[in-house]
Structure formats: C-alpha cells, structure tokens
Write a protein that binds this ligand. Structure first.
Ligand code: MLT
Length: 354
C-alpha cells in the first residue's frame, strides 16, 4: 500500500494570505527586514561583510555593540534553528532577549498581534523578531509598532534571513575571492526541489539569488509547484524532471513537504520519492559535484536520504552555522543606522572580499 499524506479538507486559516498592499501604509522602520525583495545588491554586500566581521570579532568586544539593548522574539510557530540562532546572535552582541511564544502567553487568550506588539514596545523592546503562520504579519507589526521588525518566517510568504544564510553558504563554497556584484554568481545554477508552493524559503531565495546572477530552476510535481511560479521573478524556470534539473545544477536546495500547510492535498509518497528524492544513486549519477542544501527540518528518507544529508556534498550543517553570523548582522543593522554600523566595523558598503 503506498504511503499517503492527507490533511484537513479545508485550507487552514493560518495560510490565508494577508493583503500586504492593504496594510502596508505607515512607514516601515529602515532597520526592518521583511522581504529579500527589499535588499539591493549594496545592502547584500554590507550585510555579508558585516556578518564576516562579526563572526570573527573578539566576543568581549562584540558583546559591547548592543549591550543591554532589548530584543523580543515573538514566535507564533515552532522553530529550532531560526529561533535559537536569532537568540544566540542577539546575545553575542550583548543584547537582552525575551521570548514570547503563542503557547505560553496572552496570545493563547486571544490577544491580537497588534496588541502584543504594542505591549512588547511598552516593555522596552527595541526590535521584534517575528515568526508567524500569517503571510504579511510582519508588515502589520512594523506598521503598528514603528519598531524594526525582522521577519523570521511568515506563513507561505518569506523567510529572508534563511535566504541570506543560504547565500552566504553558497558564496563560501563556490566563490572565495570575487567581490559581490550583480554578476558574482553568474553561471551558477541553483535548483530548488520539493514543496515550492508552501515554502517561504523557496520564495525568498527565488527573489534573492537572481540579483547576483544565479539561474534558478524550480522542480516538483504540479500540486506543489504550480506553473504560476514562473511569474515570481523573470527568468525563473520550471523543470519537472529532477534528474534533468540535477544535471544542470551547481547547487541543489531540497525542501520538505510542509504537511501542516497541505490543506487536503493528497500525495502518493512512494511516487514522490521515486521522482524527487535526493538519494545517493541519483546524486552520484546526475550531480556528483553539486552542493546539497536543505533549510531543515529534514524528513530523512522522504525528500532526502541520510547518506546524502550527511554525505560529503552536504552543506546543511554550514547553513545552520551561517545563521548566527547573518542574524548578528541583521540585528545590528536593525538597531544601528546602517552607516554607523558599517563605520564601527570598518565595512565599506558595496564591497566584500572573501
Ligand atoms: C521554515 O521555517 O520555513 C523552514 O525553515 C523550512 C520548513 O519549515 O520546511
């Protein structure tokens, strides 16, 4: 009997998209990061270079940068990597952090996002890191609090800090030397394979990577990758045959099937594995040199086998490590105007030597 995933018949309320255009009226604090589409190539260079500086800085010096500044982590959804690395990053800069999660706060009693944000601001929060099941929620929080908001994943919309750490991972593996420009990753092909439709990681990467010249191929079955995905960014391609996509790829990003967002969709998992699983035979045959990435959580034996996830081509552990450096840079940028952050660290905007 083939294994199948089948979830609720109705689309759960948490995947209801919020109209960003409808709520995005008040000014957004310039230290916010809500979407990778908001970052210019110069912004990318500054952030990457700041991450490089902060990663190797003397911890005793680094933790004076944001000494006792207050950062709230507001997490309405589960998280391991993102939450821990944002927290470690804030602490490494000397900031005080407080975690508010849906299960143990007044959110459980029905408090709105707006009121929760205003409460955190009254308690002295200077920046809020938000993970929400609602697409667009960070825009609402940014508008209602006026604080810098870092989007730690909003519904099916975006996960910008993940795309930045993915970019740092790719650069560290493929390009040690050249400065980051619009052409830095020209000639590099990245395939993103799996549940593209529900993936905020796919969307943030698809918006970010082409800025540095990457050719992005999306791969997956029609229910998880509608044709409309090509309209996301110009030049983006769909290849339904994973083997053909692999044969063209320098980097392969595997995604898990987001069972919590499938909303009645039924998938034959055995067939899915046959067509889309990253396993040793397939990778050895079609992409023996490609870098294998995954944002986690990994469902071993489904979209990727343990041999590939733990194998020599895997950059998954590097992705997690890069999360702390990137998130330090984002938090510092959020709490200090970009120019002064760059001056302090000696960063010249628009240049990255590695
Ligand atoms: C996310 O938060 O979107 C994760 O990093 C990817 C996933 O949940 O599959």
């Amino acid at each position: 009997m083939p294994r199948k995933i089948q979830l609720s018949k109705t689309r759960p309320s948490q995947v209801r998209p919020v109209s960003v255009a409808a709520i995005n009226r008040a000014p957004i604090h310039p230290g916010s990061l809500l979407s990778t589409a908001d970052l210019s190539v110069d912004d990318l260079c500054s952030l990457l270079q700041l991450a490089d500086v902060l990663e190797v800085e003397d911890p005793l010096r680094r933790d004076k940068r944001l000494l006792k500044r207050r950062i709230s982590l507001l997490f309405y959804e589960s998280s391991t990597r993102t939450r821990t690395s944002f927290e470690l990053a804030a602490k490494a800069l000397g900031a005080d952090t407080s975690l508010v999660s849906a299960q143990s706060s007044s959110i459980e009693k029905g408090e709105s996002l707006k009121d929760t944000g205003i409460t955190l601001r009254s308690l002295g929060a200077e920046c809020i890191i938000l993970r929400s099941p609602f697409s667009g929620a960070p825009y609402l929080l940014a508008e209602t609090t006026g604080l810098p908001i870092l989007n730690a994943g909003d519904g099916m919309h975006e996960h910008p800090s993940q795309a930045l750490l993915d970019l740092r991972t790719i650069l560290n593996h493929l390009k040690s030397g050249p400065k980051v420009t619009e052409k830095t990753l020209a000639g590099v092909t990245v395939t993103i394979c799996g549940d593209i439709f529900h993936s905020r990681v796919a969307r943030s990467n698809a918006l970010l990577l082409p800025q540095l010249g990457v050719r992005v191929i999306l791969c997956g079955p029609p229910p998880l990758l509608p044709e409309a995905a090509t309209r996301l960014v110009s030049g983006i391609e769909i290849e339904r045959n994973f083997d053909r996509a692999l044969a063209q790829s320098d980097v392969v990003m595997m995604l898990r099937i987001q069972a919590e967002r499938l909303a009645g969709l039924s998938l034959d998992l055995e067939e899915y594995k046959t067509r889309y699983q990253a396993n040793v035979e397939r990778i050895a045959s079609y992409a023996p040199k490609a870098l294998i990435m995954h944002p986690g959580p990994i469902i071993r034996g489904l979209e990727i086998t343990s041999e590939v996830a733990d194998g020599p081509q895997s950059a998954i552990a590097d992705q997690v490590r890069n999360g702390v450096a990137i998130r330090m840079a984002l938090i510092l940028r959020a709490l200090t105007p970009t120019e002064s952050a760059n001056r302090k660290s000696g960063v010249k905007v628009g240049k990255r030597d590695s």
